[in-house]
Design a protein around this ligand. Structure first.
Ligand code: UDP
Length: 328
């Protein structure tokens, strides 16, 4: 039986990975310090004899007894508002945390896949983004703590690959959505759906002409699995190339939720990428992977999930300080 460590296991992507690897017959160790993760996301796995949970911060030394075959490093805050709330933890989890996990991979002779991000491209000047593009990142801007930590993550991962010969994989993950996303993390999709459910107007930052490309979580998880099992050691973009402007997206959410909300406009945050769309030719060629879930279908499933949450959850606004975020 393969043994796999998943960090960020109580988070959105981590909890879906736990499910995937248990279904693939692995013994799974889930690790999370629950800063942004939620035990509710993995409570269904707790009774499973092939699952154990460690409440641990990966930026501190990690001890795992016995063998380990695979490590997936998915611990990190992933919303721009979180980066401002917990900037030091954001830096540490992808720098010290990655370093610790690479050391563990070396010790256990395990293969490690790290979750990098489209944020390594910053506010991209090349469109769509290809893996060869180096990016346009402001190291001292509001997203710097995330972007630079993830860029360091890639650098230290490649260094362990070439210097210590450990097996490494780097996924550059573009905007992903689906059930178990945090309703109040400030990201655009849960923000819009939450606003619609509470009967509030939808807040568009800037004029809404900025674009994103949203990938349904099941598609992404399949891509991660294929990448881990492939022999590709250089970074691979994983995301859905179907691009949409934020104002069109707001219209889609209003249609989906059947509400009569209006949109209101707020200032565009500093360094907010103007456009984002993955070029997935590499994943397509090497992994024979491409997303198959349409935004229409994926959004319906996600909306049902958010609707099933309690009123308390819906009204628990973690981030009502948008102004602070924008003007920093
Ligand atoms: N956005 C918005 N209204 C919101 C939250 C976000 O218009 O309530 C915009 C944000 O400025 C960005 C896009 O939606 O242009 C996606 O933001 P998100 O925080 O989801 O992630 P990003 O892709 O920027 O990391």
């Amino acid at each position: 039986m393969k043994k796999t460590l998943i960090t960020g296991a109580a988070g959105f992507l981590g909890s879906h990975l736990v499910n995937k690897f248990l279904n693939k017959g692995h013994y799974v160790i889930g690790m999370d310090n629950l800063i942004t993760g939620n035990l509710k996301n993995i409570e269904e796995f707790i009774p499973n004899k092939n699952f154990e949970f460690h409440n641990h911060d990966v930026s501190k030394f990690i001890k795992i007894s016995g063998d380990l075959d695979y490590i997936l490093h998915f611990a990190s805050p992933a919303s721009p508002i979180d980066y401002l709330k917990i900037p030091i933890q954001t830096l540490k989890v992808s720098s010290y945390g990655t370093h610790n996990l690479l050391g563990l991979a070396k010790d256990k002779e395990a293969r490690i896949l790290v979750a990098s991000t489209s944020e390594v491209y910053g506010d991209p000047l090349v469109h769509p983004q290809i893996e060869e593009y180096y990016g346009n990142v402001n190291p001292v801007g509001p997203r710097g703590v995330y972007d630079e930590a993830k860029r360091y993550m890639e650098a230290v991962t490649m260094a362990y690959n070439s210097f210590h010969n450990i097996e490494t994989r780097i996924a550059r993950i573009f905007n992903t959505y689906g059930p178990k996303m945090r309703l109040n993390d400030g990201r655009v999709l849960p923000a819009f759906i939450g606003q619609a459910l509470r009967g509030e107007d939808l807040t568009i930052f800037g004029d809404g002409s900025q674009t994103r490309s949203f990938c349904y979580v099941d598609d992404l998880i399949n891509g991660i699995y294929k990448l881990l099992m492939s022999d590709c050691e250089t970074p691979v973009n994983l995301g859905n190339p179907s691009e949409i402007s934020i104002s069109e997206f707001a219209e889609e959410i209003i249609k989906l939720t059947g509400t009569n909300q209006k949109v209101i406009y707020k200032d565009l945050p500093l360094n907010d990428p103007k456009q984002r769309k993955p070029d997935i030719s590499k994943a397509n060629g090497i992994l024979k992977w491409e997303p198959i879930v349409s935004r229409e279908d994926g959004l319906k499933i996600t909306y049902e999930y958010f609707k099933s949450l309690s009123i308390e959850e819906l009204n628990k606004k973690e981030h009502n300080d948008f102004e602070k975020y924008i003007t920093r």
